[in-house]
Every structure is written in C-alpha cells, then in structure tokens.
Design a protein around this ligand. Structure first.
Ligand code: COA
Ligand code: ZN
Length: 301
C-alpha cells in the first residue's frame, strides 16, 4: 500500500452552488451516495448560507439528515458566519468549513464582512466547536489570487495560517478560488507553510480554470501536502468570484495519485459512475480531463 492521501469531494457544495439548475434534496443525496460508494470518506455535502445568496444550497439541513445515516464517510458543510455554525450544529454535522479571506474585497463580496471580522468569527466558532465536539476547517479563500485585487501576498496567507492554527482550527485549506495558481506558486506557498507548521493540518483546494489544477496538486504533493479538495466531474465555481470555473476533477486527482503509487482508498470505476451521475443530474458537468481515455479502460482499475 502506498502513502495515504485524503480527498474531500466538495462537488455537492462547490459544484452544485454554481449550477444554473437547482437540484432537489433527493438528487443531491443521490450524488453524495454515489461519491461515497466509490470510497470517498470525506464529502462536503452543502453549505449553511443565506438561501437568497445561494438558492441551490437551501435545504442543506435535510441533506445532512440524509447523509448522516450512512456512516461510511464524514459529511462536512461550509459556513460563512455564526448563524451558519448554529444551523450546522442543529443539523448535526461533524465538521464545518468556515471561510476566511486573503483579500478585503473578496470578504465583502462573498460574505459582506471584513477579513478581520471573518477571523474574529472563526475564533468564536472554534471555542463553541470545542464544546460541541465539532471539527473546524478554515478555508482561506483567494489564497493565491483574488479576482478583484490580483495576486495575493504569500505573507498574508502565512499570517492567516499561523493565526488560524494558533486559535485551534483542525485544518487550514488554501483555496485557489479562481484557479489562478501555477505549480511554482503552489509549491512555494505550500512548502513555506509545511516548513512552519508541518503538513498534517494543511490542505489544498485547486480550481482548474487555467488547466493547471493537477500540476498544482502535484506541486503541493512535492511539498508534503496530503489533503486535497476536489470535485466529482470537475464541477465547481464560486458565484461571487468572477472567472472561477470548475475544481480539479476528483477522478483526475485519483487517477494521477494512484498511478504515482499513492493510496486514496477510492475505486476509480465507481467514481466514474458517480461522475456520469453528476453529468446526468446537472446536464452541465465538464467531466475529468482524462475521461475520454479512462472510460474504455475502466476494467484495468
Ligand atoms: N444561513 C442562512 N441564512 C443566513 C445566514 C446563514 N449562514 N446568515 C445570514 N442569514 C440570513 C439572515 O437571517 C437574514 O435573513 P432575512 O433576510 O430573512 O432576515 C439574511 O440572511 C441577511 O442577513 P445578514 O446577516 O444581513 O446577511 P448579509 O445580507 O450581510 O449576507 C451572508 C451575508 C454571509 C449571509 C451572505 O452573503 C451569504 O450567505 N453568502 C454566501 C456565501 C457563499 O456561499 N459563497 C460561496 C462559497 S465560499
Ligand atoms: Zn472552490
């Protein structure tokens, strides 16, 4: 068995939040179950955000209720504020992903707050979450570049990461929200953070806008990162970040890592069935870049 890499499929949240068509709770659960059936052990099943801001994520409480009964994977949910935390706790989700920001404009556009407010709220959430036995991931949005402010200073991300880990978050995820990172940037930033804090609590979330998603995953692997977000069928995108397209596809990440000898614990054949389902349900999934090659050869996996 190779070295383990853990993958969180964020398709049911990042993927579905940006779709022109809105899936109902049963359809969202069908997709989640298909991803789980492939052996994915962490799935971001939705978000507790204003349904006026993101109509596709309304009903995430019902999705969590349906997801919890499974037990084969850890459901998590994205939250933007304290109200989101309270709703996530009431729904019974075990992990929340609170969003913080490496740019002021993105903080305002996404959550109508300042970067400092998002950090202060995260600190409050961490103290509640310890009592509630809920894990907190802090996702640093626009960690590489911001659609409004341009390139993000690595010093800002380093400062935020240190402060988040000091306040007690369980994991920090560096999000390339608009898919602007290149492998050199990814390697430089991740190796700096791994040098300072180790790799155990740091993950990466790459969008594939400029076709560098997999290369960025590899660069982060070289720095020692072993936790990645990815989206089934390459879905994904942020409604508040102009220019963001899909995340790196889970099936591409699994194929690359398994071929390199890592152990993701994920069955690629079943994952491709989940990818087909995502395409069928959304009518709009880009699919993994390797799909055309993979599909006729699935009996090899
Ligand atoms: N979940 C559900 N509803 C929420 C909420 C949450 N986490 N936070 C606030 N609300 C509701 C309030 O109850 C209020 O409802 P009402 O109009 O029925 O009274 C309404 O949203 C406005 O509340 P307010 O605190 O003034 O929020 P806002 O207008 O300043 O918007 C956010 C801030 C964060 C709630 C909103 O911008 C949001 O949900 N954004 C989503 C961000 C996102 O999902 N981005 C993509 C992923 S990173
Ligand atoms: Zn994203």
């Amino acid at each position: 068995m190779g070295e383990k890499v853990s993958i969180t499929d964020v398709g049911p949240r990042d993927g579905l939040q940006n779709q022109p068509g809105i899936l109902n709770v049963e359809e969202r659960l069908k997709l989640i179950r298909a991803v789980a059936a492939a052996g994915v052990t962490a799935i971001e099943v939705g978000s507790f955000v204003s349904p006026k801001a993101v109509p596709a994520m309304a009903g995430t409480d019902q999705v969590v209720a349906g997801a919890k009964s499974d037990g084969s994977y850890k459901p998590s949910a994205l939250i933007p504020n304290l109200k989101g935390y309270e709703l996530a706790r009431e729904a019974g989700v075990g992990t929340v992903a609170m969003v913080v920001y490496a740019s002021e404009t993105m903080a305002r556009e996404n959550a109508k707050m300042s970067g400092q407010q998002a950090m202060d709220i995260t600190r409050s959430i961490v103290s509640l979450a310890i009592e509630d036995k809920i894990e907190v991931t802090a996702t640093i949005a626009v960690a590489f570049a911001c659609p409004f402010e341009g390139a993000t200073a690595p010093d800002s991300v380093a400062r935020l990461t240190a402060e988040l880990l000091e306040m007690g978050v369980n994991n920090v995820v560096l999000a390339d929200t608009i898919g602007a990172a290149d492998p050199q940037h990814a390697r430089m930033l991740t190796s700096r953070l791994v040098d300072s804090h180790g790799a155990a609590s740091i993950g990466c979330h790459f969008h594939d806008t400029r076709a560098m998603g997999l290369a960025n995953v590899y660069a982060a692997i070289e720095s020692g990162i072993r936790k990645f977000d990815a989206c089934i069928a390459g879905l994904g995108g942020c409604p508040f970040a102009p220019g963001a397209t899909g995340n790196v596809a889970t099936e591409d990440v699994v194929m690359m890592l398994e071929q390199m000898g890592f152990d993701t614990g994920i069955d690629l054949r079943k994952l491709m069935a989940a990818s087909d389902l995502a395409a069928e349900l959304t009518g709009n999934a880009p699919g993994g870049r390797a799909s055309a090659w993979l599909k006729p050869r699935l009996d090899r996996f």
